[in-house]
Design a protein around this ligand. Structure first.
Ligand code: GLN
Length: 550
């Protein structure tokens, strides 16, 4: 079968779940036995998502091969249960950069390189390469932004050209929104009609419209959209709001979206195998008992984005682990700055079954997080520190157990006396030359797990090894590391180094003894958790939290 390409574009407004729709279509096609991959296109000039503020843009998701992507790529990996690579994330900046680099290398053989078709051709090439690399039957491409805006025109042009080149293998899905204005009290289709007109202007016609709305869409509106948008009523699918994103594929399948897509692309229809996924949704709908987790952080003030977006992979990982224990995660946000203002508020932490200190940058709220970590250590509250969370637990340990009162990280103090967390040598040059974009320690690195640790117990099934030190691989995104000059003194005082990167001799996991669960990881385990395959450390953390249940 020739590779099939599905483009997903958005109408009316952003933030209506295009990413989840794309991921859900992917999951359905995968459940029919096809190999599927998904691509995200962001219209920004930023070459990758690494330089964007998480409060404004949401989490930066990192792939195994070290690409800093939009958070939607995380949704693709979670829904598809497939790894996604560099070619699967494009921005206006990355496409132009690669065309310009080719031009500088004389790869256009002296031609005058025009925006059209130069840029769309580069997009098409990248999409095809992503499909080939993953040997996919279906390549889904989500075009960021909404139709009708200036920024994504060249990507729509790429889609149009692709359809022209492969008319039988390309399909368009428009995810649009049907508002119910309060004063009218009626679901309106006009904005979607306009979105389709905009798409038509770009030379594209949707094959399927996913009509997002608060409540299900009724038949008269379906018919109206069919007439005005030149589409069969059965190809206008109702996609009402759901409580959990994991319900979306199940709802889409009720409308038989999978087989509709196959028929349109000339592929023989097949049943879907979604039993495990259905069971997950049943569990979620059955209101299971809760486990109460607090996340201590600082990216809480929301502009365009909500708090959830800055830490989406952490949140989903906690949920996956809770599901695996037949629980629902009740997640709360705790601002570390409150602990700095009034240390008495630390007692609030007693209310939680477990505490997470996730990744972060800069020194705002740092001292409050360190106080929270100390409180969890002393009061035996299950604690999980991710990246910055590990670094701060090492600082806390150095200050309060080893007695290095001014222990800190070079990230917070440019002239530290005791940088127990220090910048890596190769990073120093980069920072000096302001080479910030895409230069952190990124992507998958090996980590050797030491016997007799919580981590060893947690990872053993995942690694397929029961005894002896064994290797796992996890994804990173940071510039600073535990300073090896302090490793011995930390260990002598009882800090457990449970995982190391053998090649670079770097501390990757720390634990403390005589505690129900106190683990910090230099990597980001949250990037590898999947709904039906929770991450082993999150699972172990949630188990400890359930035991600790208040
Ligand atoms: N700011 C820290 C560093 O760069 C931690 C980064 C993170 O938590 N991802 O090392």
């Amino acid at each position: 079968m020739a590779t099939k390409y599905i483009f997903v574009a958005g109408g009316v407004m952003s933030g209506i779940g295009k990413g989840i729709a794309t991921a859900s279509i992917g999951r359905i096609l995968k459940s029919k036995g096809f190999k599927v991959t998904a691509i995200k296109i962001d219209p920004y000039i930023n070459v990758d998502a690494g330089t964007m503020n998480p409060v404004e843009h949401g989490e930066v998701f990192v792939t195994d091969d070290g690409k800093e992507c939009d958070q939607d790529v995380g949704n693709y990996e979670r829904f598809l249960d497939e790894n996604i690579y560099t070619d699967n994330y494009m921005t206006t900046g990355s496409v132009y950069l690669s065309v310009i680099n080719k031009e500088r290398n004389l790869e256009y053989g002296g031609e005058c390189v025009s925006v059209v078709p130069g840029i769309p051709n580069e997009v098409i090439e990248t999409i095809k390469r992503a499909g080939k690399k993953t040997k996919s039957d279906f390549v889904l491409t989500e075009i960021g932004g909404t139709v009708g805006e200036y920024q994504n025109l060249l990507f729509l042009e790429a889609a149009r050209m692709m359809k022209f080149q492969h008319p039988k293998d390309v399909l368009f899905v428009l995810v649009s929104y049907l508002p119910v204005p309060g004063i009218i009290g009626e679901m309106k289709t006009k904005p979607t009609q306009q979105a389709v007109k905009n798409l038509n202007e770009a030379g594209l016609q949707p094959d399927i419209i996913l009509a997002r709305s608060e409540t299900p869409m009724d038949e008269p509106r379906k018919k109206k959209l069919a007439i005005y948008c030149n589409i069969h009523p059965e190809d206008v699918l109702s996609a009402p709001d759901v409580k959990s994103i994991y319900e979306v594929p199940v709802n889409f399948e009720k409308e038989e979206i999978g087989n509709k897509i196959l028929r349109k692309l000339g592929v023989k229809t097949r049943p879907s195998e979604m039993k495990e996924w259905d069971n997950l949704v049943k569990l979620i709908r059955n209101h299971p008992k809760e486990v109460k987790i607090g996340i201590v952080g600082k990216y809480f003030e929301s502009g365009k984005f909500t708090l959830m977006d800055s830490y989406i992979s952490v949140i989903e990982s906690i949920k996956h682990a809770a599901f695996s224990q037949n629980r629902k995660a009740d997640i709360h946000w705790i601002s570390s700055e409150d602990f700095e203002k009034d240390p008495k508020t630390l007692k609030e932490l007693d209310k939680y079954d477990g505490i997470v200190v996730p990744g972060g940058f800069g020194n705002r709220g740092i001292e409050g997080k360190i106080k929270a970590i100390e409180y969890c250590r002393k009061n035996k509250i299950p604690f999980f520190g991710l990246c910055l969370g590990l670094q701060l637990s090492v600082i806390e340990f150095a200050r309060n157990i080893v007695g290095i009162k001014d222990a800190t990280s070079r990230e917070f103090d440019k002239n530290p006396k005791n940088p127990v967390i220090d910048v890596m040598q190769e990073q120093k040059e980069l920072l000096k030359n302001k080479k910030y974009g895409g230069t952190m320690r990124l992507g998958a690195y090996d980590c050797q797990i030491q016997e007799g640790t919580i981590s060893h117990r947690a990872y053993k099934d995942w690694a397929g090894e029961k005894s002896g030190p064994y290797m796992i691989s996890e994804r990173h995104r940071h510039r600073y590391e535990v300073n090896n000059d302090y490793r011995d003194v930390l260990k002598e005082n009882g800090l457990v180094v449970a995982g190391i990167n053998p090649k670079k001799n770097l501390v990757e996991i720390i634990e403390i003894k005589n505690h129900p669960f106190f683990v910090g990881t230099q990597f980001h385990p949250e990037f590898k958790s999947r709904p039906l395959k929770p991450h082993p450390l999150f699972k172990e953390f949630i188990k400890a939290a359930i035991k600790n249940k208040k």
